[in-house]
Design a protein around this ligand. Structure first.
Ligand SMILES: Cc1cc2nc3c(=O)[nH]c(=O)nc-3n(C[C@H](O)[C@H](O)[C@H](O)COP(=O)(O)OP(=O)(O)OC[C@H]3O[C@@H](n4cnc5c(N)ncnc54)[C@H](O)[C@@H]3O)c2cc1C
Ligand code: FES
Length: 269
């Protein structure tokens, strides 16, 4: 329960209300985690919030991408180089990287949902020969809300993965796809028996993406979603993150659609 101390090394503005922080652990220790896991980050004097790790698990500093929505996230996004930050974690069950080996992987991200998927993308691309086709479908509300834009453009230039991006509302000089991310799915040619999907975004988006994948023949056990709920302890003790019979912090945040489907159907659970 005691946070380790880290310091902000770099801060980057990624979207109108989202910033990416590169952190250095005290003493320069490397921070080990699995793709899809999260940390409880402390803004000293304000509080703690659950934030997914958004960096490369194999290399580089500890990275988090944070949307300023309330007191803690606002304080975290205002930290600058040299400022201390508390890190408690890593917590949770992440993306099923081992189960994905040998299969085609479809990664579907909505908005800042790409943050917890980024470590999975690094892992897929870092061991590219272990996986079949890799596809990223990325939806954002507006072009300026495409986080990691330069990286997404770089991935789009690779010959060993397919990347499609869409925005709900085209602004400025956007000449790409317009519409919800499920539109991209309807055009996707997949082998459902070989496909494993990793999905993160707003709950309504994850529900529609899962239904579209099931319509294409992908099994409910092969669709993985990352869930968010209010968290306090992050170790399965306080019940704040409870979703029906499961604790998001301890049993998730990544679950199969098969497991979540009955819970997602209950209004305001
Ligand atoms: C496993 C997990 C991983 C997460 N990963 C990330 C991450 O990588 N980056 C990130 O920015 N956030 C992430 N979150 C969400 C983050 O923990 C919450 O936004 C947190 O509540 C922020 O704390 P706060 O004190 O700033 O705001 P709070 O006081 O908790 O919330 C302030 C207001 O914002 C609303 N709100 C809270 N969360 C959200 C949200 N996600 N979207 C829109 N409105 C919201 C609340 O309803 C409330 O009205 C994650 C949450 C979980 C459970
Ligand atoms: S946050 Fe306390 S039980 Fe999950």
């Amino acid at each position: 329960m005691v946070p380790q101390i880290a310091h902000v090394r770099r801060r980057r503005h990624d979207a109108p209300d989202a910033w990416t922080l590169e952190l250095e652990m005290a003493g320069g220790a490397r921070f080990h985690y699995a793709p899809g896991q999260f940390n409880m980050l402390t803004a000293f004097g304000v509080g703690e919030a659950a934030i997914s790790v958004s960096g490369d698990p194999a290399d580089g500093p500890l990275i988090h991408t944070i949307r300023a929505v309330g007191p803690v996230s606002k304080a975290l996004t205002q930290l600058g180089p040299g400022d201390p930050i508390g890190v408690r974690g890593p917590f949770g069950v992440g993306w099923p990287m081992a189960q994905a080996e040998g299969r085609d992987v479809v990664v579907v991200a909505g908005g800042l949902g790409v943050a917890p998927l980024r470590p999975a993308l690094y892992s897929l691309l870092g061991a590219r020969d272990r996986f079949g086709k890799v596809t990223l479908l990325f939806g954002a509300r507006r072009p300026e809300e495409i986080v990691f834009r330069r990286e997404v453009e770089h991935w789009r230039g690779r010959l060993d993965m397919d990347v499609e991006v869409t925005v709900d509302h085209a602004t400025g000089d956007w000449h790409g796809n317009v519409g919800v991310v499920t539109n991209l799915l309807s055009r996707l040619d997949i082998d459902p028996a070989k496909t494993l999907a990793m999905v993160c975004g707003p709950e309504v988006m994850m529900r529609f993406v899962s239904m579209a994948l099931v319509d294409k023949g992908v099994g409910e056990e092969a669709i993985y979603l990352s869930m968010e709920r209010n968290m306090k302890c992050a170790i399965g003790q306080c019940g704040h993150c409870q979703l029906g019979p499961t604790f998001i912090c301890r049993d998730g945040p990544v679950f199969t659609y098969a497991r979540l489907k009955p819970l997602l159907a209950i209004k305001e659970l």
